[in-house]
Design a protein around this ligand. Sequence first.
Ligand SMILES: [Mn+2]
Length: 313
Amino acid sequence: MNNKTYAGISEEYSKLDSSKIVLIPVPYDGTSTWQKGADKGPEAFLNASENMELYDIETQTEVYKQGVFLADPVTENASPEHMVDAVHQTVKSYIKKNKFVTTFGGEHSISIGTIRAFNECFDNITVLQLDAHADLRKSYQGSKCNHACALYEASQTTNLIQVGIRSMDVIETTVMDEDKTYFAHEMAEDDNWVDSAIDQMTDNVYITIDLDAFDPSIVPSTGTPEPGGLLWYETLDFLRQVFEEKNVIGFDIVELCPNPKEKSSDFLAAKLYYKMLTYKFLNEEIEEDYDSNFNDTASGINKFSKYNDDDDN
Ligand SMILES: [Mn+2]
């Protein structure tokens, strides 16, 4: 994976110093309970990205020109806790370089580390989770870093908003904030969820997308497909509105479990990632002389980050 660039873009747009965006692959699949294979997710995603056309018709932009640096994958897998710690440290190191940091999994437990990093670096964050599953167990099969616990920590430490939920254990009802949960069966009947969810967000929003949030008719290649999920255009409409109205500080996409005979899920993941970057940088000029300088507030990427050049940790 190391000699690749994201989407096959040229070196000019993929160097660390001049890139505004960092993509961190985390090919981890240590705790999944049913279908294994999320560890193959980043490679399938990158392969699909290489075959994607990079002009966005909807916005008439080419966001890759903002620069996308493909980081070395985080491969720590001694234990779920070690993996989460490695993700946490890696994500934080790139936030501190003033990058817009994105992560591709891997199973959903990787988000425990990404969210921990963003929560340390930004004030008052909302975590927007698109997922079929609540993922609110305090611990599961002996670990707090199991994929079934992916959002428990966020539920305690951030403003968590859950969208697309249609499968959970009764024990999770004791943790869940139902006012900030948008169940799939309700979303199917009432479009008000879009405005209502956005109204509940603080300014700084971190997005975690479990691909099983989508309907299995459009994303069959995921570990635990659940009927009744989100469709493509309603999801893009919602995300575009979130990016327009809020300061999205970063995002991750997880749980692509590739099937060699079914490439459309890989391709949807690739396109979703590119669309999210497109929406993030929609009103931002491509700066010829962009440099990673933490005091460069004009770049606007991490404008609310708590860090400055004096921080070394
Ligand atoms: Mn999940």
